[in-house]
Ligand binder design. Structure first.
Ligand code: ZN
Length: 433
């Protein structure tokens, strides 16, 4: 059996989307969203006009780019956007000018400590132009020469686009899954996020759901601010858990970044899923945040949003460079990310508070839940079941019981379903936040 079937599918989507030049607005975003719509036909693509005020922000102009390069006096291209879209600083204003080395040098970005990598640089809110170049190539430039810089871009009134998919469940309480679609050719940060979210969305659509799922594909920061500004009261009323899906495709670490509260249902389910289902994982602090949880967990919004990642943004050397490419991620890494998110969502779906029906232990043998013969070795098999039942006091939820009896919550899902079907426990709903 193929162990990484979903991982391979996710990898193939990433490979398809990788060459597209995305930014927080523009054609690259629309092409990416159209691809998602082809895969998830109920998804809705939304447009918000440049200049729209959202809280303390304004939707910026739309940016598009056709080409960009630096040429020497022999007409040889030093860097070319067509070879790697990281070469042009995101949101660069158009330019076509012969410049001295010293002027060019002020607009160049390179990483001396990673001399072969092209950095990823943007300037969304400060109009300028620039090129990103490997440090080794930068060192070959001749200080006495002039260079032609050409950026064929447009920055004008247009739209910010995002996509939203709501998958209704039996209950109207919602799980929010948010991911971003605004980076150019970068793999772990960024395409692993939307592509794992796409696989999760397909899985959710097929399953028997308790909760309603709201899955959004937005440009980072400005997109979450736009989305929150349009849906704040609904989100505050309905969302009981949620995740920012990002950096989830490499094969190195697992990481967990808590919500500001640190003990929401999302946090509890994440910690519980990771503890029992991956070899090890790193717990970060909310102070290490860096994606849309900054907005979702901000005061006045205060949603229960955290993150489960593989190698976290800012924490791996390939991050935001040309080295975060298709080789940095793998179908195995993506599969691991997909699996752990799936397990976390399963835990949330089954996180009921259970209460035993009878005083004292039920006679388990009657239900074929207990070995017929009482031999000391047999006891271990029923231990989890007896311990689980012992904590079904109408106060503990599944996650708490898992912590108390030290059993994988995924195993308790199966166990509790069995006991529920046998009418030995009842489910109690309580306010979940
Ligand atoms: Zn990023």
């Amino acid at each position: 059996m193929n162990k990484h079937k979903e991982g391979e599918k996710i990898y193939s989507w990433i490979k398809h989307l990788f060459p597209i030049c995305r930014s927080i607005t523009g054609e690259g975003v629309r092409t990416t969203l159209k691809f998602l719509k082809k895969e998830l036909n109920n998804i809705k693509i939304k447009s918000v006009s440049s200049g729209t005020k959202v809280f303390d922000w304004k939707v910026p102009y739309e940016w598009n780019i056709k080409s960009g390069y630096i040429e020497d006096d022999y007409g040889k291209k030093i860097v070319d956007f067509k070879k790697n879209n990281l070469h042009v600083v995101g949101y660069s204003t158009p330019i076509n000018k012969l410049v001295s080395f010293s002027e060019l040098n002020k607009h160049l970005f390179s990483l001396p400590k990673q001399p072969n990598a092209i950095p990823y640089v943007t300037s969304y809110y400060n109009e300028t132009w620039g090129f990103c170049i490997s440090h080794n190539k930068r060192k070959t430039l001749n200080k006495k020469k002039k260079y032609r810089v050409v950026i064929n871009s447009t920055l004008k009134k247009g739209f910010l686009n995002y996509a939203e998919l709501v998958i209704k469940g039996k209950e109207d309480k919602e799980i929010l899954l948010s991911t971003y679609i605004c980076h150019p050719s970068l793999a772990n940060d960024n395409l692993s996020g939307p592509c794992v979210a796409l696989a999760i969305a397909k899985w959710i659509k097929k399953k028997n759901r308790r909760y309603t799922y709201r899955i959004i594909f937005i440009p980072e920061t400005i997109g979450s601010i736009v989305y929150i500004s349009r849906h704040l009261s609904h989100l505050k009323k309905k969302v009981i858990a949620g995740f920012v899906i990002t950096c989830i495709g490499d094969n190195n670490n697992y990481s967990y970044l808590p919500s500001r509260n640190g003990n929401t249902l999302s946090d509890r389910a994440s910690k519980s899923a990771l503890m029992y289902n991956v070899k090890n994982f790193k717990t970060y602090s909310f102070l290490d945040r860096g994606s849309d949880e900054r907005q979702f967990c901000s005061p006045n919004v205060d949603l229960p949003i955290c993150s489960i990642m593989r190698s976290k943004y800012h924490e791996y050397s390939e991050y935001h460079t040309s080295e975060d490419d298709l080789k940095f991620i793998s179908s195995e890494g993506l599969q691991g990310g997909f699996d752990i998110l799936k397990k976390t969502l399963e835990i949330i779906e089954f996180n009921y508070i259970y209460k035993a029906k009878f005083p004292c232990e039920p006679q388990l043998g009657k239900y074929k839940l207990y070995p017929k013969m009482s031999i000391k070795d047999n006891y271990a098999e029923s231990k989890n079941l007896i311990n689980f039942l012992a904590h079904c006091d109408g106060k503990n939820d599944l996650i708490e019981i898992s912590n108390k009896i030290n059993v994988n919550p995924i195993d308790l899902i199966e166990l509790s379903s069995k006991l529920f079907k046998l009418n030995l426990i009842v489910k109690i709903k309580k306010k979940l936040l």
